[in-house]
Design a protein around this ligand. Structure first.
Ligand code: ADP
Length: 215
């Protein structure tokens, strides 16, 4: 069983790396942000509750974030383990998490704020299948159209200049202390997230003595 937390500033590639790792090692990838976004897109009651907060780049309340995470993990579909992205995001959530789950380590994707803006503002998502594009690095063949399913490419509601300022501030105020807390209790592997996608994945494998990555 392998259990990892992945932490990094917005746009540092958490979900890209988590999905490669999960697919290869049979882990369940859990993204708390995705769960909230699903609720917003599907107009659930929870979606209505979190939409404005998320679009502004602020954190959703701890009670709700903790409940969503606990409920997702309680499904116990993670026979070989999980990699969780987007939780914990502040010290209270970290305490909550560590009380209930023991983890093998924390993958910290390290990227300077100066790089974040460039990447996040160039990010596009397929509204239909969720595939991620980047107008700098991985452009779709036809502008605005998903290569995989032909769906419409859209911008995340919180990938704006204004929301990004708030997200970065929230990250440094609240999530940096989580890393300090984890460093005292767990193994934290800090990885340069400005390298290429494959190099980053390989670095994660090296740090945790996992099978080598074969792209
Ligand atoms: P990113 O890390 O790129 O900013 P995520 O997709 O992980 O984006 O999260 C998007 C938004 O979802 C956050 O800005 C916040 O509003 C909400 N969110 C996600 N995880 C949590 C959490 N653990 N606690 C509170 N809010 C959260």
């Amino acid at each position: 069983m392998r259990k990892y937390v992945i932490i990094g500033v917005p746009g540092s590639g958490k979900s890209t790396q988590a999905s490669i790792l999960a697919a290869d090692l049979d882990l369940v990838q859990i993204s708390v942000g995705d769960i909230f976004r699903w609720n917003v897109q599907n107009h659930t009651k929870m979606g209505a509750q979190v939409r404005r907060v998320m679009a502004a780049g602020e954190l959703v309340g701890d009670d709700l974030a903790e409940a969503v995470t606990a409920e997702r993990l309680a499904q116990h579909d993670w026979n070989y383990g999980f990699v969780i992205d987007g939780f914990p995001r502040n010290p209270r959530q970290a305490e909550f998490f560590l009380e209930s789950y023991d983890i093998d380590g924390v993958i910290h994707l390290d990227m300077p704020d100066s790089e974040v803006r460039r990447r996040v503002l160039a990010r596009r998502l397929c509204a239909n299948c969720g595939v991620d594009y980047n107008l700098i690095q991985s452009r779709p063949a036809t502008e605005g159209v998903c290569d995989v399913c032909g769906g419409n490419l859209v911008t995340r509601e919180d990938d704006t200049e204004e929301a990004l300022v708030v997200r970065l501030r929230e990250y440094h105020e609240k999530t940096d202390p989580v890393l300090d807390l984890f460093r005292r209790k767990e193994y934290v592997a800090t990885i340069d997230a400005t390298a290429s996608k494959d190099e980053i994945q390989q670095a994660i494998r090296d740090k945790f003595a996992l099978p080598p990555y074969e792209p």
